[in-house]
Design a protein around this ligand. Structure first.
Ligand code: B12
Ligand code: SF4
Length: 661
């Protein structure tokens, strides 16, 4: 029986926190079980004695352990589950012994215990499963901008949901909905939520109001509500007053930071009815304990891009406006490429089994990597690309896209012992698109953003290299830095058209909570809009230095319109070189298909932009606050002479700004 269990349920590393707690739980009935497990482990590990050592340490917390093979207070049999002797069965089946965990280390010991723990919950038929609904909120409240169809086209299935799903122990039942494609629009829908516990994922600040709405609606319907994600963590760590007002009243519990070590423990507490308000892991979970995401728990059907993956977490570069370094940490954690590859192959094998047209095969074989900077650690990149190249050789339809920096294309990495250009290896591995945080075409703005590693002078050459290797670029551009004047819109337009950037995610600078940028702007008293809904990169929420908020927002919306006008789309996508190469490629029509799909994508952005402009026309101007520049505010405060160094870094004195007070 146990053998069967082990065979069907390979160890799940991530629950070690629950088990650690279980180990110290002296009062628990299950201590008896732990006693049994201990005996099992000791017998398994007789040659090394490492677990005995651990168990002896534990004995100070209440268990008595004897020599190898004996435990004091109880055994599996005492606890009412099959005799511990069953545990030996796998050893007598060497062919299947790959699922046996030999308890050489503390972690392995915990996994051993975990297997038993799952076993106990699994086999206890009287225990009703805890029903969990994981919700990714989305706001369509303002009825502007993105529609469900747009998000299904541009976004992809939530990896956060798949990860939390995988972390969920077997004593709970996990389902997930993403409001971006499945909004809980009506009271009837909210009434029909059949869950004991609702998990709300709040990574993006602009969804915070909607998260509060859902949380309060479901809490009033008697659900246990748990929050987690980047925004919630930022509020707790950096804006406690807002956490107390906007999260705490709507939450039974909150998970801070990455959840790998905590989720299981929280659910265990929920079952026992002793939920704590705050859960935070002691460390940023190493890649070794990241679970294989439960992709099946997420509805991928509405999304054009079906698969998201993550190979790394963290970013050491710490750009002033970005929350990644503060949330995921400055250390780059990397996931085993072989394990990642195994998962991708499984998915591709499933795709191959279906009866699909060529285009469907292509779409279904595309993977979006959510890593913030997948090329950063070149030693790791070398291994990752080697694995992806192997996959590309096995599955010719396989393609992928990710996020990187422009300078990455100038680098080389080792492949089969030889240093080769990153671009060449990206191409061979099936990379067809990259999102690049170009952010600005102004050196001053990049310096302010702590993003000097972007070299404006090298942009054209670096972009050309990406294009020459066949990769489409999606440029992240930001407007509203302290040195930006109204000329930023024309400069950005010219740059994007001249360099034929296929898609561009245009953003107004946002002081996201928890970032250095927020701290600086808040300290200077220049944030006038505190409504999170407007922290979406399409609204101005602070006083820019050298433009009024209205100038910034109008300039941004006009740029969006111009960039996605038919003439400009043609200039960027359908230029003569492209057409010639498409004809040269005949009779293969993939180049024409490529041009077609890029035009289609651009038209989608054109529609979004038109919708936003339409709603903004009737919006109140009150949202621009006093609608003055920050320089004007300083003048008003008579603080010009007190400008400190930090402010000077941002606000260059120029002819457009009076220098006398
Ligand atoms: C993928 C991604 C997207 C995808 C979203 C796809 C999707 N469905 O998820 C796309 C490309 C659409 C996107 C768009 C945007 N994004 Co984005 N995105 C990301 C990115 C790169 C990865 C997210 C991810 O999947 N991580 C992997 C998972 C496993 O990690 P995780 O989500 O953090 O989950 C862990 C913990 O947070 C926690 N957790 C999360 N939720 C929950 C819930 C519970 C209950 C619990 C217990 C735990 C928990 O446990 C998980 C496991 O450890 C992050 C950066 C990052 N590194 O997180 C930015 C990020 C989330 N995006 C960000 C932003 C700002 C945006 C945009 C608003 C940018 C813009 N101006 O256009 C747009 C919004 C688009 C729109 N609709 O208008 C910001 C949000 C910051 C903030 N405070 O608002 C981030 C953090 C990047 C940054 N610059 O700081 N994004
Ligand atoms: S913007 Fe990109 S490079 Fe900069 S800190 Fe964030 S993830 Fe890292």
């Amino acid at each position: 029986m146990l053998y069967d269990y082990l065979w069907r349920h390979p160890p799940r590393w991530h629950r070690s926190a629950v088990l650690e707690e279980l180990l110290t739980d002296r009062a628990s009935e299950r201590l008896k079980v732990v006693g049994g497990i201990a005996r099992w482990m000791m017998n398994f590990s007789a040659p090394i004695g490492r677990s005995s050592e651990m168990i002896r340490r534990r004995s100070t917390t209440g268990w008595s352990t004897g020599s190898c093979g004996t435990t004091g207070s109880g055994s599996i049999t005492n606890a009412g589950v099959p005799n511990v002797a069953d545990a030996y069965t796998p050893l007598s089946h060497p062919a299947k012994s790959d699922i046996i965990v030999m308890p050489y280390t503390d972690t392995e010991i915990q996994i051993g215990i975990e297997i038993f723990y799952n076993f106990i919950f699994k086999e206890d038929k009287t225990m009703e499963k805890l029903k969990i609904l994981f919700i990714t909120p989305e706001t369509f409240a303002k009825a502007e901008g993105y529609t469900k169809e747009d998000i299904a086209f541009i976004g992809f299935p939530s990896l956060s949901a798949a990860v939390i799903g995988a972390l969920t122990p077997d004593f709970a039942e996990f389902t997930a909905i993403d409001e971006a494609v499945d909004p809980l629009e009506t009271e009837v829908m909210l009434d029909s939520v059949h869950a004991d516990l609702v998990a709300i994922s709040l990574n993006m600040s602009y969804k915070a109001n909607r998260a509060m709405e859902i949380a309060s609606a479901l809490k009033s319907r008697g659900k246990i509500v748990v929050w987690g994600g980047v925004h919630v963590t930022s509020l707790y760590d950096h804006h406690r007053d807002r956490f107390d007002a906007e999260v705490a009243p709507y939450a039974d519990a909150v998970v801070l930071g990455e959840a790998e070590e905590i989720w299981g423990k929280l659910l265990e507490d929920a079952v026992k009815g002793r939920l704590k308000k705050i859960y935070r892991a002691a460390i940023q979970p190493p890649a070794l304990i990241w679970p294989v995401p439960a992709y099946g728990a997420v509805n991928t059907a509405p999304f054009l891009v079906k698969h998201s993956r993550q190979a790394t977490r963290g970013c050491p570069l710490d750009c002033e406006f970005c929350s990644v370094t503060s949330f995921n940490g400055p250390t780059f954690r990397t996931y085993d490429p072989a394990k990642l590859g195994q998962g991708i192959r499984t998915t591709l094998n499933n795709v191959a089994k279906r009866q699909l047209t060529n285009i469907q095969q292509e779409i279904q074989s595309f993977f979006a990597f959510v890593d913030d900077n997948i090329t950063f650690d070149r030693a790791y990149l070398s291994k990752l690309l080697a694995e992806l190249i192997r996959i590309k050789q096995e599955f010719p339809y396989f393609t992928w896209g990710g996020q990187t920096t422009l300078y990455a294309i100038d680098k080389k990495v080792k492949y089969e012992g030889i240093e080769l250009p990153v671009g060449e290896l990206l191409k061979r591995s099936g990379c067809i698109a990259m999102f690049i945080g170009i952010e600005s075409v102004s050196k001053e703005s990049l310096a302010i953003a702590n993003k000097n590693f972007n070299d404006v002078d090298k942009y054209p050459d670096q972009i050309k290299k990406f294009h020459d290797y066949g990769m489409m670029l999606n440029a992240g551009m930001v407007m509203g830095f302290d040195s930006d004047t109204p000329s930023v819109f024309d400069d950005t337009y010219e740059f994007l058209v001249k360099n034929r950037i296929e898609i561009s995610l245009l953003n107004i600078l946002v002081p996201l909570p928890g970032t250095d940028l927020y701290m600086r702007y808040a300290a200077d008293g220049r944030i006038f809009d505190h409504n999170w809904e407007n922290y979406d990169g399409r609204h101005v929420v602070y006083y820019p230095s050298r433009m009024t908020p209205e100038q910034l927002e109008t300039g941004f919306l006009n740029l969006w319109k111009e960039l996605y006008s038919l003439v400009t789309i043609a200039k960027r996508i359908v230029y003569p070189g492209q057409i010639v190469s498409a004809f040269k490629n005949l009779p293969r029509i993939n180049k024409f298909e490529q041009i077609g799909s890029r035009i289609f994508m651009n038209l989608r952005y054109a529609k979004i932009s038109a919708r936003i402009r339409k709603t903004r026309q009737s919006a109140s101007r009150d949202r621009f606050g006093k609608n003055v520049t920050f320089a004007d505010i300083l003048l008003e405060r008579n603080e010009r002479q007190t400008l400190n160094k930090k402010q000077l870094k941002g606000i260059r004195i120029s002819s457009t700004v009076p220098t006398e007070t």
